[in-house]
Design a protein around this ligand. Structure first.
Ligand code: SF4
Length: 297
């Protein structure tokens, strides 16, 4: 920028840098879903983002960490281990540098990592995305997902107006802990108790993610326990088919079981939908994000 003085250019060099990094790879699914691979600066590794176009919306699923510490057994990212936090600019770069950036209507923090374990960066991104001085998006366009880190949820709810999604997957503590180690530190019951202290009747939405695992969490007993846990709480439940990856010791429930589970909850007044699976053929579906390069290392 030779139109600026040398002094100003020197100062800019000290306080700013151009952080935009284009994806190093993009794989496209037969259903239009695209999985982008980003290389982070300074050899900090790789992360993935998934672009999911729909009739009336286009969602980007972003990563907040390289790998993850939470170790959920059904998740490929969990099996990678933890390799570091993303900075706000690493996360925002995913918004801006996917080729479909101009089409985005929504962003979900459901990619690699546990957002509440990198909350400073996630809150900063929510602020940039929703502030008038930033992107000016409505907070309704952003959903942050968590396995249920209680202090993180409390801070997130106080410092942001974006939607919250909690990965539940089993309402029985003794069963949940077998696939989600976080249950030991923050039982789902304590997460739900905290959530009951907030008002969910307004614009902000609370949802629970529930992956249907054959013979593990999908029978009537589980549906009844879920109903009891969430009873009276303004929320919705999203059922997700399990997407099998290498070494995963689970299978997805069959369609009839999933439909019965969904219909039972709806009949009892808990809004429940089955989320469409997208991008399974390119390992972009829920629980499948794990950069091959990280796994190869
Ligand atoms: S499901 Fe989410 S929190 Fe659990 S290991 Fe995978 S990325 Fe981490």
């Amino acid at each position: 920028m030779t139109n600026l003085s040398k002094t100003v250019r020197g100062r800019l060099k000290e306080i700013a840098y151009i952080g935009r990094r284009v994806p190093v790879q993009c794989r496209e699914s037969a259903d239009g879903t695209k999985k982008y691979l980003f290389e982070l600066s300074e050899n900090r590794g790789f992360v993935e983002s998934v672009f999911i176009p729909d009739e009336d919306r286009a969602t980007l699923c972003v990563s907040s960490q390289v790998g993850c510490k939470m170790g959920c057994h059904f998740c490929a990212t969990g099996r990678m281990g933890f390799h570091g936090n993303l900075t706000p600019s690493d996360i925002l770069n995913q918004f801006f540098s996917v080729t479909d950036s101009h089409l985005l209507t929504n962003v979900v923090f459901m990619g690699m990592g546990e957002p509440m374990d990198n909350l400073d960066a996630v809150l900063k991104v929510c602020e940039v995305a929703t502030a008038d001085w930033g992107m000016g998006w409505s907070p309704k366009r952003i959903t942050v997902s968590t396995v249920g880190i209680v202090p993180g949820i409390r801070r997130f709810l106080e410092q942001s107006r974006c939607h919250l999604a909690v990965s539940l997957h089993n309402a029985f503590a003794d069963e949940r802990v077998q696939s989600m180690p976080v249950e030991k530190a923050y039982p789902a019951s304590s997460v739900v108790s905290l959530l009951r202290q907030y008002d969910w009747s307004g614009q902000r939405r609370l949802s629970f993610e529930y992956t249907m695992l054959k013979g593990i969490n999908d029978d009537r007993r589980h549906a009844e326990a879920l109903l009891k846990l969430l009873s009276g709480l303004e929320c919705r439940v999203n059922l997700i088919r399990f997407h099998s990856s290498k070494d995963a010791p689970y299978q997805t429930s069959d369609m009839a079981t999933i439909t019965a589970f969904r219909d039972f909850l709806n009949a009892k007044g808990v809004r429940c939908t089955l989320r469409a699976s997208r991008g399974e053929d390119i390992e972009a579906a829920c629980g499948l994000l794990a950069t091959q390069r990280a796994l190869d290392e």
